[in-house]
Design a protein around this ligand. Structure first.
Ligand code: GRF
Length: 219
């Protein structure tokens, strides 16, 4: 088996997606290792989850930096120092600028609680309820320089019921998030994802060399 993919997971809150990734790795279904869990908030519950599994944690508060670039430079350095190959955004509530994104070309993934391109931005579940859609869901995508916009790796749909609250819809969406985020990361780890423009092609078999995206030519 190929060596495990080195992940850096960025969180700001509860970290249930982080937990799903940890559990999937521990079950042997995701060939990855979490090198660092990074939070911009010291009180993020996800940090406790990480520590419970003896994973390294780092808190970098945006409030300690005079500019977005200085904050992001510290994030980049921390991720690089830990040898991170794929940056996994899991409820990280800071917008990342092109400066950060260019430091990890095609190596940042995000999960969004709606079927993009519908309902980008915050409160996607509330947006779905207010719009009256009958179906919403989850999107895992590569991060590009526009918010909630990059090439789509995986999606899952959930029904929206007339009596749904934001909480009940969020719970249904979360269950799908916890299933498809680790699966999408495993596809990356197997080198099966290829970005062609705005599309992601999923190859049937792991490619040789094992992961094209993991071994880019230096620019
Ligand atoms: C998820 O709903 C995810 O789609 C969004 O932020 C939330 C994070 O939840 N980007 P959790 O902290 O993983 O529980």
């Amino acid at each position: 088996m190929a060596s495990p993919l080195s992940l850096g997971v960025l969180i700001s809150g509860s970290g249930t997606n982080l937990q799903a990734i940890i559990d999937t790795i521990e079950r042997g279904e995701l060939n990855a290792v979490i090198r660092v869990v990074l939070s911009n908030r010291g009180d993020a519950y996800g940090l406790a989850r990480a520590r419970h599994h003896n994973l390294p944690t780092v808190v970098i508060s945006h409030k300690d930096f005079s500019s977005r670039e200085a904050f992001e430079a510290e994030l980049i350095k921390t991720l690089q120092d830990h040898g991170v190959e794929l940056v996994v955004l899991a409820g990280f509530m800071r917008l990342l600028s092109p400066f950060f994104i260019r430091a990890f070309p095609q190596r940042i993934v995000n999960i969004h609680p709606a079927l993009l391109p519908a309902f980008p931005g915050t409160h996607a579940q509330r947006q779905a309820l207010e719009h009256g859609v009958r179906i919403s869901g989850v999107t895992v995508h590569f991060v590009d320089e526009e918010m909630d916009h990059g090439p789509i790796i995986a999606q899952a749909a959930v029904p929206v019921y007339a009596d749904d609250s934001e909480e009940s819809l969020s719970a249904r969406i979360h269950a799908q998030e916890h299933r498809i985020y680790p699966q999408a990361i495993q596809l990356f780890a197997e080198g099966r994802l290829e970005i062609r423009g705005r599309l992601v092609v999923i190859h049937n078999e792991a490619r040789s060399p094992a992961a094209t995206l993991r071994s880019p030519e230096p620019s």
